[in-house]
Design a protein. Structure first.
Length: 372
């Protein structure tokens, strides 16, 4: 029987990881960079403050690995927010249940209208996003939507509340291909301080990707939100979590996202500010130690940074995103979960990718390759 990641998590000494990160020397980093292959054990050294001096060398390695594993391609996707109703009181989130604003849940017809607008730009991978409110958006709601969307979209992923394996099996049968569930921070004490409501159950959330994998989901999305805790330690934990999933649930592709905290309703003060150079460093380090994971960069990041990371480690980016329910065509004035920084259209994003000598991929797999 496979040991759950929760059990493994409890055995990990995060203080030891932190000590390695902040006591690493230039000699340590030089020794690591002389290797021809890297493991998760090398990660704390590669994201250490002293390793910033070697960022150009890391960028070259990351670029080479990315092209070898993924070719000169960048996959495109778009999020579709279906509801901003939420029962949690996360201190940093605009959808916090205590924030007073009109809650909107799209009807199925409205969702399909939004999806049509996304599809009209050629995007074949859609991510359904909602606040965590099972009464407002029950499993049956997503089942019906996905059954309709799978006729058109090549990949339909969800970023919603955590579910049981049986519920994921229903959604997998309906046509869901992937899940994104971000732990936000792997610091248990900090997590419990920031989250009130059902989301406060740290370990139930931590085991969500395992339940999704058992249900047959083709993609498992992990992540942490930079600005909630020590980002270097958090991402070290993400790397360990990803390695666990890649080993035990190898039929599923692992994707990793690590957005930086941006303005939202509530005026939350970040634990720390992660600058562009630091974010680039962790992208390169992640590619070096986990060659085959998809690295995702959303429109939370500014255009200049996103353009710079294309081809250097990132393999998937969102395009033309709206972060409010109905934002594409139905309720354009509804509250956003957060402010986006890159407002370019999918066509503009594709043109930027092509100008870099890369190929924008509008669909990430062909449904005809799937079989029961």
């Amino acid at each position: 029987m496979i040991m759950s990641f929760s059990e493994i998590y409890k055995k990990i000494d995060q203080n030891k990881i932190k000590k390695i990160i902040y006591s690493a020397t230039e000699n340590d980093v030089e020794r690591i960079l002389k290797k021809s292959r890297w493991s998760v054990d090398d990660f704390p050294y590669l994201v250490s403050p002293v390793a910033e001096k070697f960022i150009e060398q890391m960028a070259k390695i990351s670029r080479k690995i990315t092209f070898l594993r993924f070719g000169k391609t960048i996959k495109l996707y778009a999020p579709l927010y279906v509801s901003n109703s939420c029962v949690n009181a996360c201190k940093y989130c605009g959808f916090n249940v205590n924030n007073k604003f009109p809650r909107i849940t799209l009807s199925i017809d409205e969702v399909l209208k939004e999806a049509d607008e996304i599809f009209s730009h050629g995007i074949g991978h859609i991510l359904l996003v909602s606040g965590e409110d099972k009464k407002a958006v029950p499993v049956e709601y997503f089942e019906e939507i996905v059954k309709r969307l799978r006729e058109k979209f090549y990949a339909v992923s969800i970023e919603v509340y955590p579910m049981e394996t049986e519920e994921y099996e229903r959604l997998s049968k309906a046509g869901v291909t992937g899940i994104a569930v971000y732990q936000e921070t792997y610091n248990l004490e900090r997590y419990r301080e920031l989250h009130k409501g059902p989301k406060a159950d740290f370990f139930y959330r931590l085991e969500t990707p395992e339940r999704a994998a058992k249900a047959g989901f083709r993609e498992l999305g992990l992540g942490t939100l930079f600005g909630l805790s020590d980002f270097r330690v958090d991402l070290s934990m993400v790397a360990i979590h990803a390695r666990y999933l890649m080993k035990h649930y190898w039929k599923s592709q692992v994707a990793i996202s690590f957005p930086r905290l941006r303005d939202a309703e509530g005026h939350f003060k970040p634990y720390e500010i992660v600058n562009d150079k630091q974010l680039a460093q962790v992208i390169f380090a992640l590619r070096m130690v986990l060659n085959d994971v998809d690295i995702v960069l959303s429109t939370r990041e500014n255009p200049e940074f996103r353009d710079g990371m294309v081809g250097l480690g990132v393999t998937r980016i969102s395009a033309g995103s709206k972060t409010n329910p109905g934002g594409y065509s139905v309720h354009t004035d509804a509250l956003k979960q957060f402010e986006i920084a890159d407002e370019r259209s999918p066509e503009e994003i594709a043109r930027m990718i092509e100008e870099k000598g890369l190929e924008p991929v509008w669909k990430d797999f062909d449904k005809s390759f799937l079989f029961d």
